[in-house]
Design a protein around this ligand. Structure first.
Ligand SMILES: C[S@@+](CC[C@H](N)C(=O)[O-])C[C@H]1O[C@@H](n2cnc3c(N)ncnc32)[C@H](O)[C@@H]1O
Length: 192
């Protein structure tokens, strides 16, 4: 397939395709319509597992349908709970954790991720990551909550020790205002 420098989310998928291997344990922190859960379920294969979170029952319904359509429903645990409760549900180190912040496409825009809960969830995700595991967070700064999330994430992630994590911030410099941006964080091999 031809390489195309397309969008921050496209680049995030490329990273996931490299980082996630068959048998991996991974987390989709924002299930939505299930596209990322499906992609991750395909990557982890039969021996792996995807923990997927959302607070909207519609998200679980769409994701369940999608996974069934592809015959891989058994690879994911669909959890109707906020990602801020991740540590209660995920008790094993994760190879990859993905956040695609914002609201459900085609859904209620008032049900969006918010910094108070995103912060707790990102803290849990950082500690759940296994060494060399990756955390990818895509943020949409074109709406007020997304703008706060981008600003606060930049502050929080810039402060992480470079002996424990490598942190990359990707954005298209000539994109339209509010275009998605992604943070990719890898836990170092020797991190605690
Ligand atoms: C941009 S969508 C995710 C898209 C999804 N990854 C996909 O591939 O279709 C963001 C989702 O985050 C969900 N959300 C909002 N607050 C949440 C929270 N505290 N915990 C988990 N999910 C949340 C929304 O309900 C929405 O479905």
């Amino acid at each position: 397939m031809e390489y195309e420098l397309k969008s921050a989310r496209y680049l995030a998928r490329e990273t996931l395709a490299r980082a996630v291997t068959p048998g991996s344990i991974v987390v989709d922190a924002t299930m939505g319509n299930g596209h990322d859960t499906l992609f991750l379920s395909e990557m982890v294969g039969k021996g792996g597992k995807v923990y997927a979170f959302d607070i909207q029952p519609e998200a679980l319904d769409s994701t369940e349908r999608l996974l069934k359509e592809y015959g891989i429903r058994d690879r994911a645990e669909l959890i109707l709970a906020g990602h801020e409760r991740m540590a209660e549900y995920v008790k094993e180190p994760a190879r990859a954790i993905v956040f695609n912040l914002g609201w459900l496409p085609g859904g209620d825009h008032s049900v969006t991720t918010r910094w108070e809960t995103t912060r707790t969830a990102v803290e849990s995700a950082l500690s759940l990551l296994q060494p060399m595991g990756v955390l990818i967070i895509c943020v949409y700064p074109g709406h007020p909550e997304g703008s706060v999330e981008r600003e606060q994430l930049t502050k929080m992630l810039s402060g992480l020790s470079n002996r424990e994590y490598n942190v990359l911030h990707e954005r298209f410099l000539n994109a339209t205002e509010g275009a998605p941006e992604c943070f990719t964080i890898q836990k170092q091999r020797n991190a605690r």
